[in-house]
Design a protein around this ligand. Structure first.
Ligand code: GDP
Length: 613
């Protein structure tokens, strides 16, 4: 068969041999495997009608398509598989309980609370925690470590349940995306006064995709207009049929705020677990599980909350978690009490790791420090390579543009730093899910826990990236570096806000930035009471001019006492006017706002669009 030739470049066609590529590999990776020129593969894809750059990671389908075209059998290796192979090379098996049936012992279910924003997830987690957390012996200070365990009595038996303390499906999905199964049962919180909302359905779909049984907590039944029956009806359409309607989903009506029927939720979780799942684990083996939350602590170094999934974790054990490793120096439970060991489904805060693992990273105990270090190092190297491959893309993209004039592929590069691995990953995975059409592309070059550092800025400057700081700031010289290099560093404390802004930026419609421009100030000399309009301020304008329909704030003794007011009415003598200038007197009506006093100052301002720098 004739080898295809493009622009004089011969393409080495295969003989059907198998090549293994990591999920998310690029054409350059492909080219390396078959000793070809990446640009020629770009051209092949171009001929097949797909515009792909050489270093962009492409979908499984694209890799298969290219394989077919070039006569290779492409085998895609997922990161999980790669990791499994790595562990196998050390003779370690992750994910299976050792031993036979007899070695398995019942373990508590692990639960994640999901649902639409404001439907009461956090409140429910708090309520459960408050009423049922297993007391520490010394009545330890309860602390949020990312998960907690409660105990409840069902049919006269004491049963435990482990709750993941980060509400929402973002964290859940981020972990799942890393191949970690953190959750056995999902509690779907639906506010009875609001009903099924978009994120309710999203959460439901995530739980279903993970094949996790759902318990529905119909919350806020104390609120007027609450309609728990309607929620049941709505969810029927999505395949969740309440037991009382002949289905197999347990619905529990609760008020997280008033603490009504919290026990009912716990009972439903236990009963659902008993009916639908066989939750058992071998407590007598080396511990394995996942990291669910981790951060850098000033005093204690890297601390990670891990959820033991099988085996028993003990102080002194040597462990690997993601690309972190170390000896377990100390463990704290969710009441802040120091513990010596932790069995299946128990969350503990572990100290002693070299660095911060990611949420969803697996952890395992190994026999020797050396093994732990080697596994960690191999994983770190893989991450670095992946990051490097992404980093070099910009350069290649430009070069390719010249060669191919490849349309308008645009890319937004991001570096995400945050206070905890859970939030960083939640943010990353939400951002990567943004669907903004084909001509823009979002890429996370680097993510990590901790302040925004000079290295982050360097990386950003080198690849035109934007830095997102989630609950962290730039430290020391990083701020200066950012200014010097003109790197855009954005700070957020709410995930949704970050997502919204990035989405807007990707859609090329980032909201304009407004700045406040002071228009004028007026001093209140007299207060007139009008039965129709409320209080009217008799004023003299002290500076600038006061205009109708502009924003205002009220100052008393130099302090702001009210914000966001409107100059609704403006009068000089008997006439409505649109403005009053400095030195003139008049009357101001602030709409519904009536708490005005003589000598108060009304400062008016306008929000003006600021040109983007
Ligand atoms: P999340 O966004 O789902 O975590 O929602 P939150 O737990 O933060 O709750 C959102 C708001 O609803 C808060 O103001 C809560 O106090 C309120 N809330 C939560 N549960 C109830 C409830 O059972 N009854 C009432 N009346 N308010 C509730």
């Amino acid at each position: 068969m004739q080898a295809p030739s493009i622009g004089g470049v011969m393409l080495p066609r295969g003989k059907g041999e198998t090549i293994r590529l990591s999920r998310g590999a690029s054409l350059t990776d492909f080219a390396e495997k078959i000793n070809a020129n990446p640009a020629s593969l770009v051209q092949v894809m171009f001929n097949l009608g797909e515009m792909v750059t050489a270093t962009q990671s492409v979908s499984d389908e694209t890799l298969h398509l290219l394989g077919e075209e070039m006569n290779y059998t492409v085998q895609i290796v997922s990161p999980e598989e790669e990791d499994r192979e790595l562990l196998e090379s050390f003779d370690i098996e992750f994910g299976e309980d050792e031993g036979d049936e007899q070695s398995l012992v019942a373990r508590p279910p692990v639960v994640t609370v999901m649902g639409h924003v404001d439907h009461g997830k956090t409140r429910l987690l708090d309520a459960i925690r408050k009423t049922n957390v297993i007391e520490g012996e010394a009545g330890g200070i309860t602390q949020h470590i990312g998960a907690y365990q409660v105990s409840t009595e069902v049919n006269g038996e004491e049963r435990r349940i482990t709750f993941i303390d980060t509400p929402g499906h973002e964290a859940f999905t981020a972990m799942r995306a890393r191949g970690a199964k953190s959750t056995d049962i999902a509690i779907l919180v639906v506010a009875a006064n609001d009903g099924v909302m978009p994120q309710t359905i999203e959460a439901l779909n995530h739980a279903k995709a993970a094949e996790v049984p759902i318990v529905v907590a119909v919350n806020k039944i104390d609120v007027e207009g609450a309609d728990p029956a309607k929620v049941r009806g709505q969810l029927t359409e999505f395949g969740l049929v309440a037991e009382e309607y002949g289905g197999d989903t347990m619905f529990v009506d609760i008020s997280a705020k008033q603490g009504i029927n919290i026990e009912g939720v716990l009972e439903a979780v236990v009963l659902t677990a008993d009916a639908a799942l066989d939750l058992r684990a071998n407590p007598r083996q080396s511990a394995q599980g996942i990291a669910i939350e981790a951060h850098l602590d000033r005093g204690r170094g890297a601390v990670a909350t891990v959820l033991v999934q099988r085996g028993t974790l003990r102080v002194g054990d040597t462990m690997v978690a993601g690309d972190a490793h170390g000896r377990v120096r100390a463990m704290l439970d969710d009441t802040g009490k120091s513990v010596k060991e932790a069995g299946p489904a128990m969350p503990v805060l572990v100290q002693g790791l070299t660095n911060v693992p990611g949420a969803g990273d697996n952890f395992l105990v190994v026999g020797e420090d050396r093994t732990a270090r080697q596994i960690a190092e191999k994983r770190a190297a893989r991450e670095r390579n992946a990051a490097f491959a992404k980093r070099t893309r910009r350069v290649s993209l430009e070069d390719l543009d010249k060669v191919l004039k490849a349309g308008e592929v645009q890319q937004l590069n991001l570096i995400i730093k945050g206070d905890a691995s859970g939030s960083v990953e939640a943010l990353e995975s939400s951002l990567l899910q943004l669907d903004v059409g084909e001509d823009v592309d979002l890429r996370v070059l680097h993510r990590g826990v901790g302040a925004v550092t000079e290295t982050d800025i360097d990386l950003a400057a080198g690849s035109d990236a934007i830095v997102l700081g989630f609950n962290v700031r730039a430290e020391g010289r990083a701020t200066q570096a950012a200014e010097r290099e003109g790197v855009d560093v954005r700070y957020y404390s709410v995930i949704y806000q970050a997502i919204e802004e990035i989405e807007a930026a990707l859609k090329g419609m980032l909201k304009p930035v407004y700045e406040e421009v002071e228009l004028g100030t007026a001093e209140i000399r007299e207060v007139f009471r009008s039965s129709k309009l409320g209080n009217i301020a008799g004023v003299i304008v002290r500076s600038g001019e006061v205009k109708r329909n502009t924003k205002a704030r009220l100052l008393r003794d130099g302090k702001v006492v009210a914000e966001n007011l409107n100059i609704e009415g403006l009068r000089r003598f008997k006439d409505d006017v649109t403005e009053i200038r400095e030195g003139f007197e008049g009357g101001i009506n602030l709409g519904n706002y009536n708490d005005i006093k003589v000598e108060d100052v009304i400062a008016t301002y306008e929000m003006r669009e600021k040109p983007r720098g």
